[in-house]
Design a protein around this ligand. Structure first.
Ligand code: PLP
Length: 310
């Protein structure tokens, strides 16, 4: 991997013994490019995704991708295709870098060869209605020492059955909890989670390596602090949440991610205890979403240096 090639989108010709298909060395990223009202193109925090990509690569025993390949390749591709960044509000160009092992060998070992690629797709507005969530007590997404912090394909494969079961039961997603007791909160579906308790925004901390270090999560922490809230990154038990709810102090619950930005949660169920929220009257999550979008679409000064100009 020592040079960048840009080709028209096309099928790949791959061996049936392709290592990634059998042993799962496959990682990816999700990033978005936006246009401001003058038509200038920007990518939101791509260096953070670049760092996370290489953290995933290391955990999966894959080679790290040099910055000049990842960043230059992305820049060249988005520049070439910038007319595909829609001009309309709430639209963007989704950027999907990915890498997989490509040895044509049946045998469990790190591959000697890998393919790194970036594909693009324009995306429209993501009208997410407030979600119904239950606390997952059977299935586990991640355990300490595992791969929860990495954006590898297997994490998503493993999450599909629990998510299908949640949908069958009338819920939108599950709230993942710790592998040992199913008591401590991790993430919601494929989003990081925030709770507004009193005047404090609380989100699970990263140190156990069981949650993905979301770029939107980090941006939300910064913007919530800009808005004057205290933000705590810590262990959060479902019991703490229920206590706060009973005391009338659990005001808002929302997920953060590149796709939906901020996704409101209107119902959270744990065993027989159901917490319901009147999302229409929330103030913090909608304000956070607006501030993030204003930065992304160049409507407000980019004081944190998040927008990477193409
Ligand atoms: C498991 C998981 N958690 C959290 C996130 C949110 O991360 P980000 O804000 O970087 O999109 C994602 C999406 O990438 C995800 O797949």
């Amino acid at each position: 991997m020592d040079h960048i090639e840009i080709k028209p989108y096309q099928p790949l010709l791959l061996e049936p013994s392709l290592a990634a298909l059998h042993y799962g060395q496959a990682i990816f990223e999700g990033i978005k490019a936006y246009k401001d009202s003058d038509g200038n193109a920007f990518i939101f925090r791509p260096y953070d995704n670049f760092r996370r990509f290489n953290n995933s690569a290391e955990r999966m025993s894959m080679p790290v991708v040099p910055e000049e390949i990842f960043m230059e390749g992305m820049k060249m591709l988005v520049d070439l295709d910038k007319n595909w960044i829609p001009n309309s509000p709430d639209h963007s160009l989704y950027i999907r870098p990915f890498m997989f092992s490509s040895d044509p060998v049946i045998g469990v070992k790190p591959s000697d060869s890998y393919k790194f690629m970036i594909i693009l797709s324009p995306t429209g507005p993501y009208y997410s209605t407030p979600m119904k969530i239950y606390v997952e007590e059977k299935y586990t997404r991640a355990a300490p020492g595992g791969v929860g912090f990495s954006k590898n394909a297997g994490n998503y494969g493993a999450s599909m059955l629990p998510t299908v079961l949640a949908k069958k039961a009338g819920y939108d997603q599950v709230l993942w909890t710790d592998a040992f007791e199913h008591k401590y909160v991790q993430e919601v579906g494929t989003m990081n989670i925030f709770f507004i308790i009193g005047n404090t925004a609380v989100t699970p901390s990263l140190e156990e390596g069981t949650i993905l270090e979301g770029v939107t999560r980090d941006s939300a922490i910064t913007v919530l602090r800009d808005m004057g809230l205290n933000v705590e990154e810590r262990k959060i038990s479902v019991d703490d949440l229920m206590d706060a709810h009973r005391a009338g102090l659990l005001y808002e619950v929302f997920g953060t991610g590149t796709a939906a930005t901020i996704s409101l949660i209107k119902e959270l169920k744990y065993k027989d205890y159901v917490m319901q929220f009147d999302t229409e009257n929330w103030r913090i999550a909608p304000e956070l979403k607006k501030r993030l979008n204003d930065i992304r679409y160049g409507k407000t000064p980019d004081v944190h240096g998040w927008m990477y100009r193409i």
